[in-house]
Design a protein around this ligand. Structure first.
Ligand SMILES: [Zn+2]
Length: 483
């Protein structure tokens, strides 16, 4: 269906946009929790000016819906599409601050608190202005990128670093990774945060976010928020991660994947089967043909196999699994089950893991580093010298360390899915394996998901900071949707 032109949307764009509706100083990628080895997204301004129109054209003519574009083509100026027209096409118009409407699913208590705040008075900073009446540089807020605002709704997704966003009355959080929740603190007061119940508990446990702002939604249950039908779908990423499915009253349907690993089972989800998606906001972390890594199951089997092999050689081996604050749980849970040993983590990680409410995981957790040969440590800690020092603190309880760094970034084309070819890094009695265990979609999984969903339009949310990168992805999308 056509995307209607609407001029009555509450979200307004306060940031500076180029003529094509993209932020002038774009940092348009959401980044990724797994993006540790990628460079920061480049600004669109790094690209030659003539490329701007090229991207905009591809972007807006992709998919089957180009009727809106044709309507505004006559108003092109100097070969470039005019910003206001594109914004209109998206159902977004520059508007006065919209009245915030009330959510039907949040408490009166929360509404009172939020409505009591003046939107411009972020964190009470108006009282902290310096002599010239300006906020100190360190508190000046950034502009919210366009792709975090959902057209035709007063919703934003994973947009907490931008203070109060004008016109936004519902802040969605896809999952509890820092590059998505960044900006949320116990002082949050800009509006209700919609997330899954695991994420809700983490917001409380880890950040002490005021509970009156947290609205937990169940998976696969339809809610009506601000007149829009909202359904969360399990994202196959970290615990509590959700795809957000939105159906507007005019029939427009959006799917925001947050971070996800597309799977075959998603293709039989009734919501994804039954509703045509007009716009797909896609986690494009590995949207490059070189990333054809194996399934999680294959990687876990390799990790368990390797662990047993080392234990046979050296029974006093300490197994270390690197992990983010959340994510990668299945890797160490499977080692734990296979060796029948508990999992040691520090107190803060234990608190996080216990908050999931998974009895099979909670029952395996230990608070004693000497009592089990399976430890979970931060991914960034897994370096030869660090592990050497760590081993020394354990008073000769263990003789060697076998460590796993489970992240898609460790994937190498040379190894491909032949995991037994992985060469570990080792020095003395410390061995580190990088294993391509990814909680983001591989290239083929992304392609299959897009071909299944066949959306009218795709907006990449990761690695989309440069025009060259967006062009490349757009060409791939066009190709997928053609065949
Ligand atoms: Zn993530």
């Amino acid at each position: 269906m056509d995307l209607e032109i609407r001029a009555d949307d509450p979200l307004s764009f306060s940031e500076e946009l180029d003529e094509n509706g993209f932020p002038l100083t774009s940092s348009s990628s959401s980044g990724s929790d797994e993006a540790e080895s990628t460079s920061e997204p480049r600004s669109g301004n790094d690209d030659p000016p003539h490329k701007l129109s090229e991207f905009a054209s591809d972007f807006y003519t992709s998919g089957s819906d180009c009727s809106s574009l044709l309507r505004i083509r006559n108003e092109k100026k100097n070969g470039l599409l005019v910003q206001k027209n594109l914004l209109q096409m998206w159902g977004i118009a520059k508007s006065e601050a919209a009245e915030t409407s009330e959510s039907r699913v949040c408490t009166e208590n929360r509404k009172r608190k939020w409505k009591g705040k003046e939107q411009g008075d972020v964190f009470g900073l108006n009282q902290k202005k310096n002599e010239k009446g300006k906020k100190p540089a360190y508190v000046q807020s950034r502009s919210c990128p366009f792709y975090k605002k959902i057209p035709g709704t007063p919703f934003t997704v994973d947009a907490f670093r931008y203070d109060a966003i004008q016109g936004c009355s519902a802040y969605f959080l896809t999952h509890f990774h820092y590059d998505h929740y960044g900006g949320l603190t116990k002082r949050w007061c800009h509006g209700p945060i919609y997330c899954t119940s695991i994420t809700a508990r983490l917001l409380d446990t880890c950040l002490s976010v005021n509970q009156s702002y947290i609205c937990a939604l169940e998976y696969d249950k339809e809610y009506e928020i601000e007149g829009i039908k909202v359904i969360f779908i399990e994202a196959n990423h970290c615990p509590g991660a959700a795809l957000i499915h939105l159906r507007l009253s005019d029939g427009r349907t959006y799917l925001h994947t947050g971070d996800f690993r597309a799977s075959k089972s998603m293709q039989s989800h009734p919501i994804l089967l039954n509703y045509h998606v007009n716009v797909l906001y896609l986690d494009t972390t590995y949207c490059n043909p070189k990333y054809r890594f194996p399934s999680k199951e294959e990687v876990i089997a390799f990790v368990v196999r390797t662990t047993h092999k080392y234990f046979q050689k050296q029974p006093k081996t300490l197994v270390v699994v690197g992990a983010y604050s959340i994510g990668k749980e299945r890797v160490y849970l499977e080692i734990s089950r296979s060796l029948q040993v508990p999992i040691y983590t520090n107190a803060s990680r234990r608190r996080i893991l216990e908050s999931f409410g998974w009895s099979d995981l909670s029952s395996w957790l230990s608070n004693s580093s000497h009592s089990t040969p399976l430890h979970v440590l931060p991914l960034s800690f897994l370096r030869l010298e660090n592990l050497n020092k760590y081993l020394a603190t354990l008073n000769q309880r263990f003789n060697a360390v076998l460590a796993f760094r489970p992240t898609g970034w460790t994937f190498s084309e040379a190894t491909g899915s032949k995991l037994d070819l992985i060469k570990p890094t080792s020095k003395g009695n410390i061995t580190i394996y990088g294993v391509p265990y990814s909680e983001h979609s591989s290239f083929n999984e992304l392609r299959d998901f897009v071909k299944f969903l066949r959306p009218d339009k795709i907006i990449p949310t990761v690695n989309a900071g440069s025009i060259a990168s967006r062009d490349k992805m757009q060409a791939l999308f066009n190709n997928w949707l053609k065949s």
